[in-house]
Design a protein around this ligand. Structure first.
Ligand code: FES
Length: 109
């Protein structure tokens, strides 16, 4: 398991999100009540940028068609709203997070 430093804990206060580049991936880091989680930043529907969406509790809402993901599990909890269709979408990729002192580290897959 190879972990890499991606941010400092003080960079993301509780209730905030931050996008980082991690290898070839964009990863969304979020601080949920002092615990840090990481999921793929690109929406699994049509590529919306989740970091520009909204975070309420542990649910991030995509700005494009309002699909919702649980940031603690990556699970797609609500489908996109496209006209009257609600297509099924894949869950977000999750990344293992390790905190060492004030350093946030992510595990390379
Ligand atoms: S791109 Fe995210 S809901 Fe459509």
């Amino acid at each position: 398991m190879v972990f890499e430093k991606v941010a400092e804990t003080q960079d993301i206060t509780p209730g905030q999100m931050k996008v980082i580049n991690f290898g070839a991936e964009q990863v969304l880091l979020a601080n949920i009540n002092g615990t840090f989680y990481a999921v793929g930043n690109i929406c699994t529907h049509e590529g919306g940028n989740l970091s520009t969406g909204t975070l309420q509790g542990n649910i991030v809402t995509c700005p494009k068609h309002k699909a919702q993901f649980d940031i603690t599990t990556g699970k797609a909890v609500n489908p996109p709203k496209v006209l009257f269709m609600h297509p099924k979408i894949n869950n977000a990729t999750t990344y293992a997070v390790k905190i060492v002192g004030t350093v946030i580290m992510l595990e390379h897959k």
